[in-house]
Design a protein around this ligand. Structure first.
Ligand code: HSE
Length: 435
């Protein structure tokens, strides 16, 4: 017996999948319990990529729909990415009762409900382990190893490109633009890298993670999402001086006693002793807290050819073993349940880092402290820095770390301080996640 695979898209990740299937055939067959996984057909708009596959006996085509409609394809692996074409191909494959494996987090975050419904209706399997964290089997862990738990929180670094850029910038000597170009050259970034650096890719992944972790439908629009493109290297440096590192972090928590979900993606100060603070370069990690297991952290490469193809092939093995269709059926919560309430962003309570740029005059610090206090924001520490080099405005940076405060109170205090005549620039703030 064998599982016959049609591969759509032979770019970075697709090339890795093809290499694994062609190179590890015998080992995989042993692990499925005797079912071979054979790549029978592949499609890509770039013919050069198909030459080696053709030489290996795989039928190649520029037409992805042709692969989907073949009678001898049992499972379609969609790695084209994007939205419309990929969605049409996946739905057509499911309509034909083929199983589908995809790493398309964007599509799942936006149309997960429709796709899960189609898979369930077809009795077909839907594998998407590679959609979150590249090669780290975090979705698999949520579905299997951690299934006994009520999950309290997931906190993770889920975008390799952003983590790579921030790591390179923090080490010094690399500009934002140069670090992004490096990440692109290594095949980590999305075709449109704005999806990475503006936080959307992390928001897509958090949508999927939260759906599985909290067993609820999650709308992409319920994730507060901020990226790293507006970050000032000055704040990375000040954060370091204060004992923190800045990471783009995706956070999903059951908030307080309301059983509402707090879903956020934003640049975050992590204390250096936080387990995620040491996660550098393209590496991703997700810390999951379950009521029985406590804290668990999964760590590994979050993007790139080989790591991502590892999770794709894991899905194919699960399909070959026959367990994947049952797993897809268990995603019923994604479509059958009313969504959990979402905590309004203003209600989320965190500590804050804030950099004010103000006139260096008497009474300014006192006024700022008074305004923060009036908005129930308590100061944990204050440092006045030297003026920015070449700044002729007589402005000085004042960096404040707060105790936990309601976001709406904090923002109201900032607005009031920004409007004061002593404020030279708008305050810059980042949230702090405790260890
Ligand atoms: N662009 C993504 C990243 C690829 O950098 O993490 C993996 O999803």
């Amino acid at each position: 017996m064998e599982l016959r695979v049609g591969l759509l898209g032979v770019g970075t990740v697709g090339g890795g999948v093809a290499e694994l299937l062609l190179g590890e055939g015998a080992a995989l067959k042993e692990r499925t319990g005797g079912i071979g996984i054979r790549l029978v057909a592949a499609a890509d708009i770039e013919p050069k990529r198909l030459a080696s596959l053709s030489a290996a006996g795989v039928e190649v085509s520029k037409d992805a729909m042709r692969v989907v409609s073949r009678d001898d394809v049992d499972v379609v692996v969609e790695l084209i990415g994007g939205a419309d074409t990929a969605k049409a191909l996946i739905l057509e494959a499911l309509r034909r009762r083929r199983s589908v494996v995809t790493a398309n987090k964007h599509l799942l975050a936006e149309h997960g409900e429709e796709i899960v419904r189609a898979a369930r209706g077809a009795g077909a399997a839907l594998g998407f382990s590679a959609a979150v964290c590249g090669g780290v089997p975090v979705l698999l862990a949520l579905r299997t190893g951690l299934v006994a738990n009520k999950i309290a929180s997931i906190v993770g670094i889920v975008n390799g490109t952003c983590n790579y850029i921030l790591t390179r910038m923090s080490l010094g000597g690399t500009t934002y633009a140069a670090a992004l170009a490096e990440a692109q050259a290594q095949g980590y970034a999305e075709a449109n890298p704005a999806l990475d650096v503006d936080g959307h890719d992390s928001a897509h992944k958090l949508t999927i993670l939260a759906a599985l972790a909290f067993r609820t439908p999650v709308a992409l629009s319920s994730v507060l999402s901020e990226g790293i493109s507006g970050l000032d290297v000055l704040d990375l440096r000040y954060a370091q001086d204060l004992g923190y590192v800045v990471k783009l972090v995706a956070i999903g928590k059951r908030a307080g006693d309301r059983d509402a979900l707090d879903l956020r993606v934003h640049p975050t100060l992590l204390p250096k002793e936080h387990p995620l603070a040491a996660v550098s370069g393209v590496f991703n990690a997700v810390e999951i807290t379950g009521h029985a297991v406590g804290r668990v952290m999964l760590f590994g490469r979050g993007a790139g050819k080989e790591p991502t193809s590892s999770n794709i092939v894991a899905d194919l093995v699960e399909i070959a073993r026959g367990s994947a269709a049952r797993a897809t059926d268990q995603l019923a919560f994604w479509i059958d349940r009313p969504p959990m309430p979402i905590l309004p962003p203003g209600e989320a309570s965190t500590r804050f880092y804030v950099r004010f740029t103000v006139r260096d005059e008497y009474g300014v610090l006192g006024s700022m402290a008074r305004i923060l206090g009036e908005h129930r924001v308590s100061i944990a520490s204050v440092i006045q820095k030297e003026p920015h080099e070449g700044d002729a405005t007589n402005g000085v940076p004042i960096v404040v770390l707060t105790h936990a405060a309601r976001a709406a109170d904090f923002r109201a205090a900032l607005d009031e301080i920004d409007a004061c005549e002593f404020s030279i620039r708008r305050a810059v703030f980042l949230r702090i996640e405790e260890a």
